[in-house]
Unconditional design. Structure first.
Length: 591
């Protein structure tokens, strides 16, 4: 969840005594257990971890790293403390870790104090001295000069729409042939000032704001067409301006003729960011009526110029590349249907959809409409037609399964589930096929045995597929083994770790290292010796694949040591130091 580097720092925090006020947290919906604490780093952070209904670990922390959606070191520290507590053990204290964490916190406080002191110094300087220094810097920094100009223009044009339009033109002018990443960031920062300049006009004159937003968007489009907007800054400004335009339409609905201006504006958008349903809802009935008429005309013109083929070519073949004609067709059809949706007539919408079915998404759309209206028989008929037209489309097959399972077509549903299992025998597919078998009246124990027999036959090294794969493989190969990973995963899904353990110990059995590690983690404390044996197998594989700084093997070493008897740890670690002596970074990281 966190990655080896963050996990290592979290382990340091856990051992440093940085966790305070550790306590159980009140459970929220969908949680089985939860723990909260204050974790001290560069500052004190509120941290909470929990186990959800699916036995998955999750957490929340108010540090910047976690706010970006990451599982931060503070969450790792609290999770490790929780695991130690559940095992009846206290987190092992490490004075050296405590010293490192305290030193990092002290450095952060010193940096913050220095920034505060600098800010106070700047605030104490005369305005004239600051102005002269700022101008000198701006003459050497193009981006800073642009920001100064934007500031001045904003003050000068705040009450004059004509002057403001000219200001927008100047601020949003792209200075160069192509905006690289850095240039796009600077441009977006400058463009954000335009949004602030436009907002007051929503109350002053929404009709004027509408015109200014259109002008700003055209200028933004010109820059965006030749920009690397990896950070999304320019796109974000475009969406802000579109949002202001919607507010202006809501405040002062335009005449129907404005719709043609909107269509022209959408045609210029290089990224297709418009949320047309939202804008239609804001624009009023006159625009909606004209939109529907314009969309109908455009769609009929497209059909006249692109007559449907008598039969689909290469039936069922999915397009690897989407050509421009396909994209244009999808856009025009979507708008045509959106116009009909505004009429609030589901049957008319259904008939329009049915008259123009081609792509898999067209079938999915009409199936969703039928389901939403409770037309279940028609939904089944359309999804069956769709799967005949596009037999390899997973989304249509998912919809077909939903219909089969809802309507009691249990044998048909079981056939699909079984085929999917044989293509990808994951634990989830295994659970789903067992459910389908029960619904179809199969004896659960007998059908489970049948599945395990199939999985065991699949492991046979003599199968043609396995033999062919070994012939294609280059380099030296070890003895022929049975890969029992699938059956082990299924047993773990059934919460049968002892049976899984017996399976991986069979002579000639090989199992994926990640699954072996999961099995080891499932074993209780009284089976620590078995867990150590499995984790050592995982370690051997990880070490063979690793390079400096050996984060993954070292993580496994710590996990193994934690489950070893105290007297067994020193000799095993000594053997690692001797065996891997040339790998200095690995040896240096051993506990």
């Amino acid at each position: 969840m966190s990655g080896p580097a963050v996990f290592g720092r979290g382990r340091t925090y856990a051992a440093s005594g940085a966790i305070e006020t550790l306590q159980e947290s009140p459970l929220r919906p969908g949680e089985q257990a939860a723990l909260a604490a204050v974790v001290h780093g560069t500052q004190a952070y509120q941290v909470r971890v929990w186990i959800d209904a699916d036995d998955d670990l999750d957490g929340a922390c108010d540090c910047p790293h976690a706010q970006e959606g990451n599982f931060c070191k503070h969450l790792v520290a609290l999770s490790l403390a929780w695991r130690s507590g559940l095992g009846g053990q206290a987190v092992e204290s490490d004075p050296e870790a405590a010293r490192k964490v305290a030193a990092a916190a002290k450095r952060a406080r010193t940096q913050a104090d220095n920034r505060d002191a600098l800010r106070r110094f700047v605030g104490e300087q005369p305005a004239q001295a600051l102005a002269e220094r700022l101008w000198a810097w701006a003459e050497r920094d193009r981006d800073l000069m642009a920001e100064l100009k934007a500031w001045a223009l904003q003050q000068q044009a705040s009450d004059d729409p004509k002057a403001l339009r000219s200001t927008i033109t100047d601020l949003l002018r792209s200075r160069g042939d192509f905006l690289d990443w850095r240039g796009s960031v600077a441009y977006a920062r400058r463009a954000a000032g335009v949004v602030a300049m436009l907002k007051p006009w929503l109350e002053r004159a929404p009709e004027v704001l509408r015109d200014l937003c259109e002008h700003a968007l055209r200028r933004l489009y010109k820059a965006a067409a030749e920009a690397d907007d990896s950070d999304g800054g320019i796109g974000g400004v475009m969406q802000d301006v579109m949002g202001l335009l919607a507010d202006a339409l809501r405040a002062a609905p335009p005449p129907a003729a404005w719709t043609d201006r909107w269509f022209a504006l959408m045609a210029e958008d290089p990224w297709g960011l418009w949320n047309e349903p939202d804008l239609l809802a804001a624009a009023g009935p006159a625009v909606r009526a004209r939109y529907a008429e314009r969309a109908r005309q455009d769609w009929e013109a497209w059909l006249r110029s692109h007559p449907p083929a008598a039969a689909p070519s290469a039936a069922g073949a999915r397009r690897v590349f989407i050509d421009q004609d396909t994209l244009r067709r999808g856009e025009l059809r979507r708008r045509y249907l959106a116009g009909i949706r505004c009429q609030d007539d589901p049957r008319a919408l259904h008939d329009a959809m049915a008259a123009s079915l081609d792509e898999a998404r067209d079938f999915l759309e009409i199936v969703a409409l039928c389901e939403g209206q409770g037309w279940h028989r028609e939904a089944l008929q359309w999804v069956q037609a769709g799967t005949r037209r596009h037999p390899r489309d997973q989304r249509l097959e998912d919809a077909l399964l939903c219909c089969y399972e809802r309507d009691g077509w249990d044998e048909e549903a079981l056939a699909i589930r079984r085929r999917r299992l044989e293509q990808y025998p994951s634990p989830k597919a295994y659970a789903e096929v067992l459910k389908a078998a029960r619904r179809a009246g199969r004896d659960p124990a007998a059908y489970r045995a049948e599945l395990f027999d199939w999985a065991e036959r699949r492991e046979d090294p003599g199968r043609p597929e396995v033999s062919a794969a070994r012939k294609r493989a280059s380099g030296p190969q070890g003895p022929v083994e049975r890969v029992v990973t699938v059956r082990v995963q299924w047993l773990l899904a059934e919460r049968a770790p002892d049976a899984a353990l017996a399976l991986v110990r069979q002579p000639g059995a090989r199992c994926d290292p990640t699954v072996l590690e999961e099995l080891a983690q499932r074993l209780p404390a009284e089976q620590d010796a078995d867990a150590v044996e499995l984790l050592q197998r995982v370690f051997t594989h990880a070490m063979a694949m690793a390079s400096s700084p050996y984060a993954r093997p070292l993580e496994l070493v710590h996990a193994i040591v934690a489950r070893m008897p105290a007297e067994a740890r020193p000799p095993w670690l000594a053997s690692l130091r001797a065996e891997y002596k040339p790998k200095r970074n690995f040896v240096a990281g051993l506990p």
